[in-house]
Design a protein around this ligand. Structure first.
Ligand code: 0X9
Ligand code: ZN
Length: 308
């Protein structure tokens, strides 16, 4: 993680960790969410500590929905590494793993990520060849089938970076998450989707300025995360609802996870920075960005669990 991994390096990493012998009774299981528009496989790692409570609750974390946000998959891989090995035998990590199985899918949009690396660094969408016009790509974070509406922060134009897609859930990369969460969502307490940049810990709704009825639970758990982040290097994260703190944008995965799949603690995380490097965060900042967020995640999960 001193460099950004390619798509194939990410796949190799996930395959290797599933084959590795892990300490502390940890097991890593490789699962497949599906394939992308261009046919790349989308994988997920399940991390579970054997011998801890039966029928544990679960947490789902994804990254790489937006192609250019490279620190997102890198951070999810860092999280896999820390949870799998817990190199300092940290008590808070052990507690988390005694309470939760954690499912991590670092690269939801492999076609876009590949294209961002090979052809156009600031590519955002997937790589669908849109039938109308000569434009490629759907913004996967406008495509989720809950309150889908191109008029609200999306677009009906296939050439827009914010194209919401022809229909709700039209994209294979969207369907990979939707199908998994619809089948398993009731076992999950939390859904976190990792993006960059802006340093925000956002909760639903993204399609309206109204707040969910349990918004104070989501806000308080996120504050624990924010405070743990600040304790590392003083980085400041903003906590609030997507619409109220950022902008209204319908069809996001966070809104779907909460409103469609019924996962209570649903968040979009915007990692570093605040615009100096923007999407092109230097690789030297992967580790500090990932470490502070991981600290925040562990603190968040503790607050979430103790308030269930
Ligand atoms: O606009 C987005 O999709 C996210 N920001 S980003 O810069 N990473 O593109 C924010 C999404 C917040 N959630 C919803 N609007 N549902
Ligand atoms: Zn994003």
């Amino acid at each position: 993680l001193n460099v950004y991994y390619s798509y194939s390096s990410i796949l190799n990493y996930l395959t290797a960790i599933a084959a590795a012998t892990l300490p502390n009774n940890m097991t890593a299981t490789l699962e497949t969410l599906g394939t992308s528009y261009e046919g790349r496989v989308v994988r997920m790692i399940k991390l579970s500590k054997a011998g801890s409570a039966a029928n544990k609750r679960k947490i789902f974390i994804d990254g790489g929905i937006h192609a250019r946000e490279w620190v997102s998959p890198a951070t999810v891989i860092y999280m896999i590494e820390m949870l799998a090995y817990n190199p300092n035998n940290n008590a808070s990590i052990n507690t988390l793993l005694n309470r939760y199985d954690v499912y991590l899918a670092p690269l939801i949009n492999p076609d876009g990520y590949q294209y961002s690396g090979s052809s156009y660094r600031l590519w955002r969408k997937n790589r669908r060849n849109n039938p109308q016009g000569n434009c490629y790509g759907v913004d996967l974070n406008r495509n989720f089938p809950f309150q889908w509406d191109p008029i609200i922060g999306g677009s009906n134009s296939p050439c827009s970076d914010l194209f919401s897609g022809a229909t709700p859930g039209s994209e294979p990369e969207t369907a990979n998450i939707v199908n998994y969460l619809m089948a398993n969502g009731d076992l999950f307490d939390a859904y976190l989707t990792i993006h960059s940049y802006g340093q925000m810990w956002l909760y639903p709704w993204g399609y309206t300025s109204a707040l969910p009825s349990d918004h104070s639970d989501l806000h308080n758990a996120a504050l624990s995360g924010k405070n743990a982040i600040a304790a590392y290097q003083g980085m400041s994260y903003l906590v609030g609802s997507s619409t109220n703190e950022l902008y209204a944008a319908a069809g996001g995965s966070d809104d779907f996870a909460k409103g469609g799949a019924g996962i209570k603690y649903s968040y979009t995380i915007e990692l570093r920075d605040q615009g100096d490097y923007g999407f092109q965060l230097p690789a030297t900042l992967i580790i500090p960005t990932a470490k502070e967020f991981f600290d925040g995640f562990v603190a968040f999960a503790d607050t979430m669990y103790t308030h269930l």
